[in-house]
Design a protein around this ligand. Structure first.
Ligand SMILES: *Cc1c(COP(=O)(O)O)cnc(C)c1O
Length: 448
């Protein structure tokens, strides 16, 4: 695997359309032998393979980069960490230490967040908030963002029962050029539904309307969408002040910034097309310039950036289990990690690199996972050097959504480790085993 390069027999490789040849991108491929100074081989030796490895340094630097970009134009902006993007306790702790609130979309996430931060530091979103969850949120002083009329009525009933008059926000959906509207979440702006919700909430006399929220999409690469979203929410806030005497205290613009990954349908690699945090922040500030509230009443601006903060911090280390030649001539590698651990393989052309020095002519290669399922493809085509069983591969930029959306299907979930800024590695989540599976199972008495 390492040491002296082995002799590689010369061979002819047919050029395939759609793949860059060895004179272009793959020529620049370098092995990734360490993560923040810790050798990949040592990590695997200690924690096993496959293995998710997170860089605390990367999380912190992305977080600071976003905060700095915002603070130049929007001093009252605050970040709220989107739990569903990655709710490992240790990751959330880093986010909270860096000053983020918690943004949750279920009672389970709310419970998790309440163990980490004060209730007043929690934003509760999502279309499904049962009464018990609303009660818990109101008692804790969380900011509840209402999604639909039935929820509004339910929230009023809960607040009345508790004798509280909580401050809440309305989630708004809107049409924006180039974005498929998510009309299923929140109250629609253009149809007048949002203003109906304002009237309905005020007539109820229980809840206090204090915020506006929108989350318009995910992996949004067009900063103009944010300019327009910010402008539309600003205009709505102005209207509320002018015609309803409601001065909103916060405007939450949601998440959705793109990470450096490359979508399957995308031609250019993500690093070349993904806007910088500064570009997003600039667009948002321009949109918010439409706000016309009295001096001193400027609302707090929240952002719920998820994937763009944590994607780059995560790597998946996987081991080559076998190599094969397919009937169409392509080389195939069978890895010990597949789509069960790497849900985002369905969205992204992930950046994969060998974790040790390599030699030999790159060839069209397909990367399969370990599952006995045809869908288990990590990369369907790339030019890759010849690797051997036992070699390691690092899949980069996998920190968002994988360790929440992964499946316990056919095989157990891998361990997750964090590498500190001083190069210390420690577990954030243990590898699962058959015991993890059995811990939840019961055998009915008549079968015992
Ligand atoms: C998922 C989600 C986010 C985070 O979205 P990203 O695309 O990961 O930035 C933020 N807010 C809400 C309401 C969400 O549902």
């Amino acid at each position: 695997m390492t040491g002296k390069p082995t002799y590689q027999r010369p061979m002819l490789v047919r050029h395939q359309a759609g793949l860059m040849n060895k004179l272009s991108r793959v020529a620049g491929m370098r092995p990734l032998t360490e993560i923040d100074g810790v050798p990949v081989a040592a990590l695997v030796e200690r924690f096993g393979s496959p293995l998710f490895v997170f860089s605390e340094r990367s999380i912190v630097s992305r977080h600071r980069e976003l905060r700095d970009a915002l603070s130049v134009r929007l001093p009252k902006a605050r970040l709220a960490w989107s739990y569903k993007t990655n709710y490992l306790d240790a990751v959330c702790k880093v986010m909270h230490r860096e000053g983020s609130l918690a943004e949750v979309v279920s009672e389970m996430e709310l419970d998790k967040a309440l163990r980490q931060v004060a209730g007043t530091e929690i934003i509760f979103n999502g279309p499904y908030k049962p009464e018990g969850a609303l009660e818990k949120a109101f008692r804790a002083g969380a900011r509840v963002h209402l999604d639909h009329f039935d929820e509004l009525a339910r929230a009023e009933a809960v607040a009345r029962r508790l004798g509280l008059a909580p401050k809440v926000a309305l989630r708004i959906n809107m049409s924006l050029p180039g974005i498929t509207p998510w009309s299923r979440f929140g109250f629609n702006l253009e149809s007048g539904q949002a203003l109906d919700a304002v009237r309905r909430l005020r007539a109820g006399g229980v809840l206090q309307l204090a915020g506006l929220h929108a989350h318009v999409g995910t992996f949004v690469q067009d900063v103009d969408a944010y300019r327009q979203e910010a402008r539309k929410l600003s205009e709505l806030a102005n209207l509320l002040a002018r015609e309803h005497g409601v001065m909103v205290e916060w405007i939450d613009l949601g998440g959705g910034f793109a990470s450096n990954n490359t979508l399957h349908a995308q031609y250019l690699p993500g690093e070349q097309v993904t806007p910088s945090f500064a570009q997003y922040a600039e667009a948002i500030a321009e949109g918010l310039a439409a706000l016309a509230l009295p001096p001193g009443r400027e609302p707090t601006i929240f952002l719920e950036t998820g994937r763009a903060l944590v994607d780059e911090a995560g790597s998946l280390v996987t081991t080559v289990h076998a190599t094969k030649r397919l009937t169409d001539g392509r080389r195939a590698l069978i890895l010990d990690a597949g789509v069960n651990s790497l849900f985002t393989a369905f969205w992204y052309r992930h950046d994969v690199v060998p974790a040790q020095p390599f030699a030999g002519t790159p060839e069209p290669t397909i990367l399969y996972g370990p599952l006995c399922m045809a869908i288990d493809v990590v990369r369907d085509q790339l030019l890759f050097p010849p690797l051997s069983p036992g070699d390691r591969i690092v899949v980069r930029n996998v920190g968002a959504y994988n360790v929440t959306q992964w499946m316990q299907f056919i095989t157990d979930r891998p361990a997750v480790v964090l590498v500190s800024r001083t190069g210390e590695a420690a577990l954030m989540r243990r590898r699962e085993s058959v015991e993890t599976l059995l811990a939840q199972e019961e055998v009915p008495a008549w079968l015992a």
